[in-house]
Design a protein around this ligand. Structure first.
Ligand SMILES: [Zn+2]
Length: 100
């Protein structure tokens, strides 16, 4: 792992633990009513959790830091600000519906 990957992994793992806790009641706990979770749309925390998981997977696969759209480097500063970023700055500002 590169230094930036090590840092990102630590940050993402910490955030993942903080996010996962309130949404993962133990099975059989008195307040763990599955119907609540089944009926609810994905809360923002859940989406963030998915992004974090995806970023951790990319670190594991050695693809971390590459833009998923153009394949270019996402950039150190951007990864420091948004460790789970999938796209470089240029691609993230581009609407998928209207490619430049
Ligand atoms: Zn890009």
């Amino acid at each position: 792992m590169t230094a930036i990957e090590v840092d990102a992994h630590a940050v993402l793992t910490r955030r993942r633990q903080a996010l996962a806790r309130p949404h993962a009641p133990a099975a059989g706990a008195p307040d763990a009513r599955w119907t609540d979770y089944d009926a609810m749309p994905l809360p923002p925390e859940r989406r963030e959790l998915d992004e974090i998981d995806a970023a951790l997977r990319r670190i594991g696969e050695g693809r971390y830091g590459s833009c998923e759209a153009c394949g270019g480097p996402i950039g150190r500063q951007r990864l420091r600000a948004i460790p789970e970023a999938r796209y470089c700055l240029a691609c993230s500002g581009r609407s998928p519906a209207a490619p430049a």
